[in-house]
Write a protein that binds this ligand. Structure first.
Ligand code: ADP
Length: 290
């Protein structure tokens, strides 16, 4: 079932001289319920622009976004965002930081019910023994766990991850990637991840959307990552398909990201996919958007 429909999305920013500059154009993408989609591209191509429009935090210049059958108009608790920096309230404990959003989103829940939601979210990210810690007492990885708990506690329809592991060392990053996968295997939340890390998107995602370079960035290609779930990092890294996926992403980024593409809708019938060990490219079709 189509859960997120992004149609003809355009973002124009004013440049320093007041004229409009198109950062993203003709961005068309359908995402299935429970799907994990990665957005990858060169720095400055427009990944965060697309994500923040999905979050409702960045005004849409043209086109639109439909989530669960309703066109979005601003931010809402149905779409939770995890940014690179969790921006926790320094005077609140981990529990307090997660409770802040929960109290807003579940105003009619009892105190005991809210407490249970917060404790469950913090336990899901492995912080069951650190709920009373303050941000100053937590490592960067622990703080980001709180950021993830804060997002999933809202039980969002869509989880938006904007380079959430970008500031973490590689071991902590791997730990948190595992945490995210465990949560999503259980909760099946539709997720969009912005990343510039090819290993990360191959490990985590069902599909990777490769964006062309800006200005006027759009979707260049889409790669289906056909590894079964739940995924095991060690097993995946022994599979030649993993390296084929990495190779495909790197070759797009180095050789084809600068090429212009024709506008089109991308969904599960229109993608570049790996079948077995052979790379197979299905032809893209142009679709009119009703
Ligand atoms: P990415 O996330 O891929 O690094 P961004 O979405 O942050 O890229 O930026 C895409 C383009 O839009 C860049 O050229 C950037 O300078 C520009 N941009 C982003 N935000 C603004 C803004 N608020 N005002 C003007 N230009 C912006």
């Amino acid at each position: 079932m189509r859960h997120v429909e992004i149609f003809n999305l355009v973002k124009s920013y004013p440049n320093p001289f007041g004229a409009a500059f198109d950062a993203v154009v003709d961005f068309n993408l359908n995402i299935e319920e429970g799907e994990f989609v990665g957005l990858i591209g060169h720095s400055g191509c427009g990944k965060s622009t697309v994500l923040t429009m999905l979050a409702g935090l960045n005004e849409i210049s043209d086109g639109g976004i439909v989530v669960a059958g309703r066109e979005i108009d601003g931010a809402g608790p149905d779409r939770a965002v995890v940014f690179q920096s969790p921006c926790l309230m320094p005077w609140m404990s981990a529990f307090g930081n997660v409770m802040l959003g929960v109290a807003n989103v579940y105003p009619h829940a009892t105190k005991a019910q809210r407490k249970q939601i917060v404790e469950y979210a913090l336990s899901s990210v492995g912080l069951q023994d650190a709920m009373d810690k303050y941000p100053r007492e937590m490592s960067g990885g622990m703080q980001q766990r709180v950021g993830i708990a804060r997002a999933i506690a809202l039980k969002p329809k869509v989880l938006l991850l904007d380079e959430p592991f970008g500031r973490l060392d590689s071991l902590t990053r791997m730990e948190l990637q595992d945490v995210i996968l465990e949560i999503l295997n259980r909760e099946k939340i539709t997720t969009v991840l912005v990343s510039h890390d090819v290993d990360e998107v191959v490990f985590l995602c069902d599909r990777v959307v490769m964006m062309t370079n800006g200005p006027a960035a759009t979707i260049g290609e889409i790669l289906a990552i056909d590894f079964p779930k739940p995924r095991d990092r060690a097993d995946m890294m022994k599979d030649p398909l993993y390296f084929q996926c990495l190779d495909h992403l790197v070759s797009f980024l180095t050789e084809r990201a600068h090429l212009r593409t024709e506008p089109r809708i991308h969904d599960s019938t229109s993608l570049l996919t790996f079948t077995g060990k052979k790379v197979e490219t299905t032809s893209h079709q142009n679709h009119a958007v009703a």
